[in-house]
Design a protein around this ligand. Structure first.
Ligand SMILES: Nc1ncnc2c1ncn2[C@@H]1O[C@H](COP(=O)(O)OP(=O)(O)OP(=O)(O)O)[C@@H](O)[C@H]1O
Length: 231
């Protein structure tokens, strides 16, 4: 389980996260929601070691992650799929996938067949360059690359952004399949309300860097959630 307590983050003098506390449990989707600029990406970056946080704690399966670098976070089991995907355009699909090997021990550097079961299109396109894939295919590649690291936590930053509806459905099915396996805690940052609402087990709504709602799905009705994330 991922546990975040009182997390604060600044860019220069600007305080962006004001003490975020939340958890994400294996086999569940925790949706982090809120309008543009409330701090969703900053939260994921702090968890993934992509930006230093100034206070608070991040704990994974009971072990504190003490201001990890991106490499240390990945090695500890945190996989991050950034907004905009960050696929390497000149590397092939296979080469993009194998960049995920960097944080794995020597014996573990193989692409599990499960990756191609989840994303059959990547098997078909394994020798194509990342930059030649459609946006939806690149998103699938970015998620697959994150899964290569066999994470305990999967951080997804706006996976539906700019993607056509049939691929959004496929990505939704992959998230459901991963949830069903019960091993990975999925943190989904998403502005496509219905996509997040349908998939999530827990909701965390942010406004101006603070948590304004943190509830399991059974405890929050759609209208209340919608009002909190549209402030
Ligand atoms: N590198 C940076 N330097 C300075 N300010 C930043 C930086 N990155 C983000 N910000 C600011 O921090 C605030 C939170 O940004 P963040 O990207 O975390 O929000 P968000 O909720 O993910 O928004 P969006 O949905 O637009 O991605 C915004 O006001 C943004 O302008």
């Amino acid at each position: 389980m991922l546990e975040i307590a009182d997390l604060t983050l600044k860019y220069g003098q600007s305080q962006i996260l004001n003490g975020i506390s939340m958890t994400a449990k294996p086999g569940q989707v925790t949706a982090v929601m809120g309008t543009n600029g409330v701090g969703k990406t900053s939260l994921l970056k702090a968890i993934a070691g992509r930006h230093p946080y100034s206070g608070g704690t991040i704990t994974l399966d009971g072990k504190p992650l003490d201001h990890p670098t991106a490499f240390q976070a990945a090695r500890a089991g945190i996989a991050y799929v950034p907004q905009g995907r960050e696929v390497f355009p000149l590397l092939t699909v296979t080469e993009n996938l194998t960049t995920g090997f960097a944080c794995l021990p020597r014996g573990g550097k193989v692409i599990p067949p499960r990756i191609y079961e989840l994303f059959p299109v990547l098997a078909e396109m394994k020798d194509r360059r990342g930059g030649d894939l459609s946006g939806g295919q690149q998103q699938q590649l970015a998620i697959a690359r994150a899964l290569i690291t066999r994470p305990r936590v999967l951080l997804l930053d706006e996976p539906t952004e700019g993607i056509q509806p049939n691929i959004i459905k496929q990505i939704g099915r992959v998230i459901e399949a991963l949830r069903g396996e019960g091993e990975i805690a999925i943190v989904l940052v998403e502005q496509y309300f219905d996509f997040a609402y349908n998939l999530a087990d827990e909701f965390v709504a942010l406004n101006r860097g603070s948590v304004v709602l943190r509830d399991p799905k059974a405890k929050v009705d759609r209208a209340t959630l919608l009002s909190r994330v549209s402030i």
